[in-house]
Design a protein around this ligand. Structure first.
Ligand code: KIV
Length: 265
């Protein structure tokens, strides 16, 4: 069974971590067999699995249902589950109750979106033995406040804010951090200045690891996939090969390339 300290040690040895989202037992078993480092039961399931236009309608019951399915399929892999919109923002007590549901369903850590405003909650959960994965940059649960799915941290002030948030969340006890859609240089600064593993998605190649939405990585998502994603089925004969190409590309540092990354300004 892989654990958060294992992932931290691998990152300390400069081994890149390969993570994918996962929503069901069959894919979880395939991904575990392929050697994925961690699985994220992302609330992206609202969009790619349920066909919603955002992650906002996803409920805690649905997250617990999918987390339990993934945990049954992958019994030895570190599983992070998203706290869905509205299940943790009220206060740390609400976050604890929601996190407990996801851990009881089989998650080993919970992910929450937000910077400064989540510091108290991250501390509250981690002090009570719940591993926390922070999520900074493009935080899809704030899509309406952000005015769309846009790259974040492009100017000096917002970049500095994200760097400060990353440091504060780390000091509060977050054990891992997803950085989504931020300039590669900023992600590199965060990665060198915080001691916990950073997992990028549209954040350049300097992060300690990478994550993609599984359906984007396998070319299943209908329509256009985000610029930072790549369809690993192209050039692969089957799903196993595509997953293995993704893992190798992350481990060798060939994914993400410049075409999947953003610059400031
Ligand atoms: O929900 C999700 O899949 C995520 C990833 C995009 C990081 O949060």
């Amino acid at each position: 069974m892989s654990t958060l300290p294992d992932l931290q040690q691998r990152a300390n040895r400069d081994e890149k971590l390969a993570m994918l989202t996962c929503y069901d037992a069959s894919f979880a078993a395939r991904l575990e067999a392929a050697g994925i480092d961690a699985l994220l039961v992302g609330d992206s399931l609202g969009m790619v699995f349920q066909g919603q236009t955002s992650t906002l309608p996803v409920s805690l019951d649905e997250m617990a249902y999918h987390t339990a399915a993934v945990a049954r399929g992958a019994r030895h892999t570190f599983i992070i589950a998203d706290l869905p919109f509205g299940s943790y923002q009220e206060n740390p007590g609400q976050a604890l109750r929601s996190a407990a549901r996801l851990l009881a369903a089989g998650a080993h850590a919970v992910k929450l979106e937000g910077g400064d405003v989540m510091v108290e909650t991250a501390a509250f959960l981690s002090e009570r033995g719940i591993p926390v994965c922070a999520h900074l940059g493009l935080t899809p649960q704030s899509v309406h406040a952000l005015g769309g799915y846009r790259v974040q941290g492009k100017d000096d002030a917002s970049a500095q804010q994200l760097l400060n948030d990353a440091k504060r969340l780390t000091l509060a006890g977050a054990g891992m951090m997803v950085l989504e859609a931020i300039p590669a240089r900023l992600a590199e600064q965060i990665t060198t200045q915080v001691p916990i593993p950073t997992i990028g998605i549209g954040a350049g190649s300097a992060c300690n690891g990478q994550v993609l939405v599984l359906y984007d990585a396998l070319g299943i998502t209908p329509g256009k996939i985000p610029r930072f994603a790549h369809n690993f089925m192209a050039g692969s004969h089957n799903i196993e090969e595509a997953i293995s190409h993704y893992i190798q590309a992350v481990k060798s540092g060939t994914f993400p390339g410049a075409a999947h990354s953003f610059q400031p300004g």
